[in-house]
Ligand binder design. Sequence first.
Ligand SMILES: [Zn+2]
Length: 182
Amino acid sequence: MSDRGSKIDEFIKLFLNAIEVEKSRRGLPLITDEKTNDPLFFDQRELRLRYLLPIKGIEDFFEGLVKGEVRYTRCKRCGRKYFPPQPDCSSCGTREMEWMRIEGTGELLTFSKVVVKPTSYLHYDDYIVGVARFPEGFNVLAWVRASDVSELEMGTPVRIEVERRQPENYLTYVLVPTKLGD
Ligand SMILES: [Zn+2]
């Protein structure tokens, strides 16, 4: 088994062990959320979900990530820009799109530290999600590379970078605060 797989499995195992202890103690899979102290019922039926998302028409986006670029599409006819990229223009209906790289410096509009996470994100440390406005004319929603929200404010300049998300070890994009003069 790969490193990432074993790390996630280890986390799940700890979690499941705690549930087993509770079930033999009182007969109920009840636990307390560490962060909020709220009581939780842990459903004893398991549902494994892995989505397969069609990417036909936006393969260039993924090619871009491999090359360290985050790309958007621009309509050749009306000039409208799309991020996440669209293979056709919903404004004028054409499929004549061109691929461009996000190069500008964005401005952080809003951000939030995620402490109470969705189930499939439980194995991550607390992370910061933000929305930035880019001069290209669209907003980008992504994780923000910062150790704490105190490092950020509305209007903080950010660039978009490609990084490997761990422990899954795949390429994705992240907003990175820049210092003035960067
Ligand atoms: Zn168009």
